[in-house]
Design a protein around this ligand. Structure first.
Ligand code: PLP
Length: 390
């Protein structure tokens, strides 16, 4: 089949891969038969239409599990990371209802975690939001001291979606284990991009999404360690799909695509990691030649394929508007509709003004050196044109 990715829009260079990624043509090709001739319901046990679908789901579950070193039975398909996070957080809180009502998370988490925490606060939970320093790092000693007898969950993301800053999962896990507290990580930006393996990163639960790793939208997964000392309480009812945790007819084409996307990442993430890391560093080094430029999280371990850049003395909304040929984002995609300064950048000590003058650039599998060269010259041009009198 002759499908080309987003390069069909030659006038706009897509540099927003942290918001979503294009579907890899190989993923689309794997999905298509499951819309047409292989349309069966994976729960139909009385005929081959159902068996074919069930088998495809089984293969996909193995592919997803394999990417993170998990067992297939530890993967629960959901509609995405948001749902996986909701199932995990509410599921733990219900299960531990009689053990406590305290949750620890961080100010720079994605809204999927923060909004769930807000809802839990409405229901009487207490939430500690760890602060970060100006490089985006949490203080592990403060994490340790925040733990109380009533703490039921630690939820800290693997990599930040706005800055790419990584949390030290192993150190966090060691603390969580020492106190016997379940540890959930939102690994949506890490899985498929950097090494993430539940044999090494001993998290109890991890949430992720297919559309951030070249799979389709509307499908994701929750990983739950099989020997975890808890069982998630059910939040949804309607059947025994996904071992009762997530009932409802499985989205077979999306699951097949998710599986294929994970298989491709397992083989290709390191190649992308190295190539995109080099291109990202080149982009940053070129832009840092201007003294008006600051890279957020520069001194922290970060994802290799993205950067978050603040421009001093430049109006951020005018900057985005003048970069007409580039699809980049201001703050995170989820809040950029409202033009609020990014909560992540503000937590790192940026002023509202500087946070609003920041852009996130996310490279991806199809990003070329030529595109990065165009991005560099477009941004340099915009800086010159828009610079406000000091
Ligand atoms: C994209 C993203 C999510 C939400 O994923 P959905 O697929 O939209 O549910 C959650 N957390 C992080 C860090 C993300 O980047």
């Amino acid at each position: 089949m002759d499908v080309e990715p987003y390069m069909l829009h030659p006038k706009k260079i897509y540099l927003d891969h942290n918001a979503t990624t294009p579907v890899d043509p190989r993923v689309l090709e794997a999905m298509l038969p499951y819309f047409t001739e292989k349309f069966g319901n994976a729960s139909s046990t009385s005929h081959s239409f159902g068996w074919d679908a069930e088998e495809a789901v089984g293969i996909a579950r193995e592919q997803v599990a394999q990417l993170i070193g998990a067992k297939p039975g530890e993967i629960y398909f959901t509609s995405g990371a948001t749902e996986a996070i909701n199932l995990a957080m509410f599921g733990i809180c219900d299960y531990k209802m009689n053990n406590g009502n305290h949750i620890i998370t961080c100010l720079t988490e994605h809204k999927a975690v923060l909004d769930t925490c807000r809802e839990l606060e409405m229901q009487g939970y207490e939430v500690t939001y760890l602060k970060v320093d100006n490089s985006g790092a949490i203080d592990l000693e403060i994490l340790r001291k925040s733990i109380t007898k009533r703490t039921v969950l630690i939820s800290l993301m693997a990599a930040n979606n706005e800055t790419g800053v990584l949390h030290p999962l192993n150190e966090i896990e060691a603390i969580a284990t020492a106190y016997g507290i379940p540890f959930l990580t939102d690994a949506t930006q890490s899985i498929g991009k950097i090494a993430f393996d539940v044999e090494n990163n001993l998290v109890d639960m991890a949430a992720f999404s297919a559309h951030k790793l070249y799979g389709p939208k509307g499908i994701g997964a929750l990983y739950v360690r099989s020997d975890a000392p808890f069982t998630l309480s059910r939040r949804l009812f309607g059947g025994s799909h996904e071992r009762g945790l997530r009932p409802g007819t499985l989205n077979v084409p999306a699951i097949v695509g998710f599986g294929k996307a994970c298989e491709l990442c397992a083989h290709e993430w390191e190649k992308d990691f190295n190539r995109l890391g080099t291109l990202r560093n080149y982009l940053e080094n070129e832009l840092r030649k201007s003294e008006d430029v600051q890279i957020n999280g520069y001194h922290s371990p970060r994802l290799p394929h993205m950067t978050n850049i603040s421009f001093n003395n430049i109006d951020g909304s005018r900057l985005i508007r003048s970069l007409k040929n580039l699809a980049v984002s201001q703050g995170s995609a989820c809040t950029s509709a409202t033009w609020q300064p990014s909560h992540v950048l503000k937590s790192m000590g940026l002023t509202d003004e500087l946070a609003l003058s920041s852009i996130r650039i996310g490279l991806g599998r199809y990003t070329t050196e030529e595109e990065i060269n165009i991005a560099i010259s477009s941004i340099k041009e915009a800086i010159e044109k828009l610079k406000l009198p000091a």
